[in-house]
Unconditional design. Sequence first.
Length: 726
Amino acid sequence: MRTITTAFFVAMASTVFPQTNGNRDIKEDSLFRSVMLQEVKVSAPAKTKMKGNSMVTRVVGTAIATAGTAEDALARIPGMMKMKGELQVIGKGAPTYYINGRKVHDLSELQSLSSHDIKNVEVITNPGSQYSAEANAVVRINTLKRRGEGFGISVDIHGDVAPSCGNERTSSTANMNYRHNDTDFFGGFSFDNNHLKRYDTEASQTTFGERSESFSLAGTTHMSQRYNTLKMNIGMNTMLGENHSMGFCIERTDNIKGIVDFSMEEDVFRNGSLEDHLLSDTHTNSNGLDSWLGNVYYNGEIGTWGVDWNTDYYKTSQESNANTLEQEYAGERTVVAHSDVSSWMIATKLVFSRPLGRGTLLAGSELSFAKRKNLYEISEEAIANDLSEVKENTYSLFAEYSAFIPKAGMLSAGLRFEHIDFSYENQVKSSENLSRHLNNLFPFVSFGTRLGKVETQLSYSLKTRRPNYYLLRSNIEYNNRYTLSTGDPKLENEIRHDVSLNTRYKSLGLSLQYMCIRKGIYDWTYPYDTEGRVLIKWVNFEEPIHRFSAFLNASPTIGFWSPNYTIGIQKQWLSFSLPDPREADGMRTVRHNKPLFIINTNNAFHLPGSNNGWQLELNSELLSSGHYGNAEIKNWYWNLSCAIQKYFLKDKSLSVRLAVSDIFHKSYNNVRLDLGNYILTQTHILGQGRGIYDLQQVSLSVRYNLNVAKSKYKGTGAGKEVRERM
């Protein structure tokens, strides 16, 4: 039996706001300095305003500064919210993060960064041409400038327990920094343990064949796993005068243990009559999962030109062995599968910028060269082994100009050109070899203006979504007796036309978005033979998806109460004419047009008294039933959570946070896929792709910072989107 893998489980929320050119006005900086002299005393409401193509929220000196971690703070930033355990830019899903201009590769950084150290946050819902054509949203976090030299250390201990499924997750992080004059040396490590005792779902699938013959499977699945991961990093950066900086960073990740046990028990029906009973147990051991990431950078000014150069090197490999024992009426058998995957990438990005007329000109280039090798061997004679290689080289040029038009507003326009050389080589079946060359232009334009106290911004962009390299495989993999899966090296890139309108009045924000998605990438299921087996395959939709969203956000500060409320609707139009032998003409129209309603409320209460350090929270996430892509969410999702937090010591360097999420255990989805001649239903779907199996959790965090200074590291990284596809 298959497991739901459609894209909506990753990001379900929706809304939009705008990008900045990084300019600071004197009045705002004066306020920042004033607040810093007060040692981040909460004395003013959070102020959000539009700047160019971004929405900028001041954090320092506001109630958000005491949120805890950067992740806690971002959930309270206008234009963002947390849904299904993941931070979202409203209407855009998970964004790409930058901290002081440096691209974030590991999201655990958002948990190790204190909200006290954040100056402001820029939410960019329609990134310009300097960003990858796959970047749907960008969040830039700018921290306060800390002074001082010497040694600093930050220690963080975090633990989650989900009682219902026995999911225990603990992490320990230590980061060290030594600063002397204009040079920083830094390093750190983290150890993560994820132990899942038992995660259960119920599922049923039915396939309709010729002469209306039907095959049905209904039963339960059980999964347990244990992962231990060690991450280490070391680096250095230095200032050469006032206008030049350079440095390097090396990161290493080791999967010390990776064990998954998956069992499935189901009844098999033919035309409604019980035909078989299948019991399947799979033990998977992942060995040698490791990765290296290196970055070198230069950031500075040469005359009137600003220069930003980054080069990244990335290498990863993973070997796994799976043993499946299957028992059925006819007896039992064992299927053994072995896979060995390795990936390699090098990318470089060079950006020039300079003032020009009333605005700023930005231009540059980004190059990436990637390769992935895949070996798959299986004892099942009906399935062929695989030895294949994917290569992809991308060459990009981009230019963007932003200018202020007197008595009108700020106009930004840009263009990104990408040339891609792609090749797929199957050394077992050479007839599947493929080579193609793509040339694409990605335009971007936005206009922002102020009408009295109302700020408005209208933007259009053309974006893409590329399949990850795993989806470009052609070999068939064995899931169980009745379910096989594969990819398709002929998959095309998804194309997205995005039109957004954003307005803001004081603490109120309204966002409207229309998106047309062509060649959408989703999984599809086909009958594989006449014995009830099915094949899961990734495809491009021939029909476009039209999607509209509207969201209203309110984020005032009322005394010691800091609410952040978002309410909205997301509606799509998608229909298929699909084969169904039960119909007289053999076809049936399936529509996926039911809207989704989203209500997200965050309430933070800072107990009276300027220095007591107490904070209480009561938050709620509500998502209705509806359609997303080719899946239907059958139930309403609700996550009610609360937290209590306390800062200790005179400088508030020690913090303790206790949180309870999903109090009523309603944060999951039951899902149905209707693909004409194939129907699948599955219960308790959440975010398994992110290692989240139950949001009913009790979490305890302890964090201590000693003489921690802001890093001067200015490496922004290159080729992040390519690396994430490996």
